[in-house]
Write a protein that binds this ligand. Structure first.
Ligand code: DAH
Length: 368
């Protein structure tokens, strides 16, 4: 290995004339050019740094060495040449390094851009979309049926006043019909508020706001202070129905109910009305359908009766019209209230209500 001439003085090198000095500088410059060329942009960053430091490092870079060893101790008459040559060399080295640095940066940017490029031909990320919950599906099915025969959908508050939940529905304060409708009361609420026990309050709210005719269905959540068991919880879902007009008869009521039952359970399902009691309908009925499991011949599901109870209904009690300013002498109508969870359980053979609310995917997946 030859010693680096820049670690020696010019005198030591025997360069005593301007020509020799110039030649010596040319030699150094050629060495730099050669090394710079070897550092193609693809070489790694550490090697590049070492190269830069070897030439421009303050302590023992070639340029520093030339300054220290050639310029400072140079003979007086050579100093101007050495100084000029050194300046030229410096300018050359710095310009070359700067150019290289830019090249390297640009290449790095290009590489990064290439790395970040989106490949549209790759398969996309598959996300499980999930399905609508069985309750939602049942709501949709029920609403579809009623929308198809001219009902429209309204929704109302789950927090109600006793007036809308009871009084205006012809259930006064000490009426026994309140017994199975105990609910949750909102503490400190002005005038007393409660969680509605049925969707029937929306009959009142709708008729208060709207002149007849009325044809609405009301889907929603309702609450009761029930002890939880396989068919009861503190919350369940209902769809209320109300039709009021000047010429609605019991035949319209029966026809609508039968149409609904056939749509929901199939064309073979038969309907039966059993006398019942609700304060807000008169007469009142329980709507039964032929058992969807045995078709009416009797089985364990229908307790060998051939019939399954579906929901409560009736002709609107004229007393109710008095609460909303409707003319009871001119108007008539029918109403119904169905338990959505109950209908879903019946239709799909589910025996445990809590399954509907535990969000266990093993259960939910059975209803895609
Ligand atoms: N609101 C009643 C309940 O929750 C259900 C009901 C029965 C609603 C008869 C009606 C109806 O509109 O006519 O038990």
């Amino acid at each position: 290995m030859t010693t680096d001439p820049t670690t020696q003085t010019l005198a030591q090198l025997g360069d005593t004339t301007p020509e020799k000095v110039t030649a010596r500088f040319a030699e150094v410059r050629a060495r730099f050019d050669q090394q710079a060329a070897e550092h193609s942009v693809k070489k790694d960053a550490d090697e590049w740094k070492t190269f830069v430091v070897a030439w421009t490092g303050r302590k023992s870079g070639v340029l520093t060495n030339v300054g220290d060893n050639w310029l400072k101790p140079a003979a007086k008459e050579l100093k101007p040449v050495v100084g000029q040559e050194l300046n030229k060399l410096k300018a050359h080295v710095e310009a070359a390094l700067e150019e290289k640095r830019k090249e390297i940066e640009a290449a790095a940017e290009q590489a990064a851009a290439a790395r970040d490029q989106v490949d549209l031909s790759l398969p996309g990320v598959q996300r499980a979309i999930g399905t609508r919950h069985l309750i939602r599906q049942t709501f949709d099915e029920l609403l579809r049926i009623f929308l198809s025969i001219g009902f429209s959908v309204v929704e109302g508050p789950e927090i109600e006043t006793p007036y809308y939940n009871f009084e205006a529905l012809n259930i006064p304060e000490h009426h026994p019909a309140r017994d199975n409708m105990d609910t949750f009361y909102i503490e400190g609420a002005r005038g007393g508020h409660l969680l509605r026990t049925h969707t029937s309050p929306m009959q009142i709210r709708t008729m208060e706001k709207q002149a007849p005719p009325v044809r609405i269905v009301v889907p929603g959540k309702v609450y009761r202070r029930d002890n939880p068991d396989s068919t009861h919880g503190y919350m369940f879902h209902q769809i209320e129905g109300l039709a009021v007009d000047t010429d609605i008869t019991f035949c319209d009521f029966k026809g609508t109910v039968e149409y609904f039952v056939r749509e929901f359970l199939g064309p073979k399902a038969k309907t039966r009305l059993r006398p019942s009691y609700f304060p807000f309908t008169e007469p009142s009925a329980e709507v039964d359908a032929t058992c969807h499991v045995c078709g009416g011949t009797g089985c364990r599901v229908c307790k060998f009766s051939g019939w399954i109870e579906l929901f409560g209904a009736g002709m609107v009690n004229p007393a109710v019209y008095g609460f909303v300013g409707y003319d009871a002498a001119k108007l008539s109508g029918f109403a119904f209230g169905m338990g959505v969870d109950r209908l879903a359980m019946m239709k799909y053979g589910i025996t445990e209500l809590p399954l509907l609310f535990q969000n266990d995917v093993r259960f939910l997946r059975q209803f895609p």
